[in-house]
Design a protein around this ligand. Structure first.
Ligand code: FEO
Length: 396
């Protein structure tokens, strides 16, 4: 992508990574991603806000080919997908000063081996004049590392929001156009990257609400001309009350667990619970993470493998445990041949979530009529608990 104008003195640089399919060797990227950098040309000074992933350094250097001078490189985040091209930019503009939060400075030294004397720290609320334009730095920790900050351009009412409000979405749109597609990508991003920090995100949203933001320019995905679209979405996602949603994540090897899952899903749906079912042998874990944003209950379904839970189900439990969704309830269903420790293992794996564990249902071999009745009881217990949530109509 070429340099693109956002306002007369503000431009987007960076790269659209159409083909990347995995981030952190963990997170699926079905729609690719982008690494957005921004250039603000004041009458006296020029600032580059962030750079790009090292894999795309040639693109940003080409975009800078006609830029004679850069005075400041603002490093909003030390993670390499935004900071990784700073060494090459600095080599081209050796007079430039890197501006970073106090927590970011040592990270830039550690991760990129930048010289400490090239980095000037900026305080929360500190302003830098570019002549015609003023940049104000807003410390917004945990979006998504502890050092992250946003940058507000007062004269243009533009917020450079770092990973905050980002979306892993490769698109030629400079501004969000397809709300449905952007919403899904942004929710995936929130679920995988931001969800564990939602308490702090609430404070960060309060903080940026003090600024008259007209355009949000995140570090991934399209920019927003209507900030309320993404801010309201975040307010919904970080609210503490889950929805009347059940996530069933399972594996079945010889169909016993699947029979339990099918009965549970049908029974809960008939009681008015919104259910999302994920076969962990084929599912996109990003979809699972999205579903966990709103869910009140997760049910893990597992066969028994060597007396324990299936490894894919343990992985899903570990993922849920680390993403810290606002779940309230959990249960475990599954099957075994002669003995099992799956319940203890899975309950321990999601221990950090401090959920109420609704009594599990484990069947020996193929489910019997008694096992199916136990599943019906589990469905009733789930629907009763959901009825205690705000805004949920009681089951009849
Ligand atoms: Fe897009 Fe946390 O880096």
């Amino acid at each position: 992508m070429n340099i693109r104008k956002i306002k007369d003195s503000v431009f987007q640089l960076g790269a659209v990574d159409w083909d990347r399919r995995l981030f952190d060797s963990l997170i699926p990227l079905p729609d690719g991603t982008s690494y957005n950098a921004y250039l603000v040309k004041g009458t006296e000074k020029t600032a580059l806000v962030d750079t790009a992933d090292p894999a795309k350094v040639d693109i940003i250097m080409e975009q800078l080919s006609d830029v004679v001078k850069i005075d400041y490189i603002v490093a909003q985040h030390a993670e390499q997908d935004h900071s990784g091209s700073i060494p090459q930019v600095l080599a081209k503009y050796p007079e430039a000063i890197i501006l970073a939060s106090p927590k970011c400075k040592p990270m830039l030294v550690d991760h990129l081996h930048l010289a400490e004397n090239k980095i000037r720290t900026v305080a929360d609320g500190e302003k830098i004049s570019l002549g015609s334009h003023t940049l104000e730095f807003i410390h917004t920790p945990w979006v998504h590392w502890p050092e992250t900050m946003c940058t507000f351009v007062h004269e243009e009412k533009i917020l450079f929001s770092c990973d905050f409000f980002g979306a892993h979405l490769a698109t030629s749109d400079l501004f969000a156009q397809d709300d449905e597609r952007v919403y899904e990508a942004a929710k995936r991003y929130y679920a995988e990257i931001m969800m564990p920090f939602r308490g702090i995100i609430r404070k960060n949203i309060d903080k940026i609400s003090n600024f008259p933001v007209e355009i949000i320019c995140p570090s991934h995905g399209p920019a927003y001309k209507h900030p309320s679209f993404i801010i309201n979405a975040y307010k919904d996602w970080i609210s503490e009350t889950p929805k009347n949603n059940l996530v069933v994540a399972y594996i079945s090897m010889h169909n016993s667990t699947r029979i339990l899952v099918d009965h549970l899903v049908a029974s809960c749906a008939s009681k008015g619970v919104f259910v999302q079912q994920f076969d962990l042998s084929v599912t996109d874990i990003g979809k699972l993470a999205i579903a966990l944003v709103d869910a009140a209950t997760v049910v893990l379904g597992t066969p028994t493998v060597h007396v324990g839970a299936h490894p894919h189900v343990l992985n899903a439990a570990n993922l849920a445990n680390s993403l810290r969704p606002k779940l309230k309830f959990a249960s475990i269903i599954g099957s075994y041949g002669w003995a099992t420790k799956a319940v203890e293992q899975l309950a321990s794996a999601i221990g950090a979530l401090k959920l109420e564990i609704i009594p599990p249902v484990l069947c020996k071999g193929m489910p019997t009529q008694q096992d199916i009745e136990a599943i019906e009881s589990l469905a009733l217990e789930i629907s009763k608990r959901h009825a205690t949530l705000a805004g949920v109509v009681s089951p009849s």
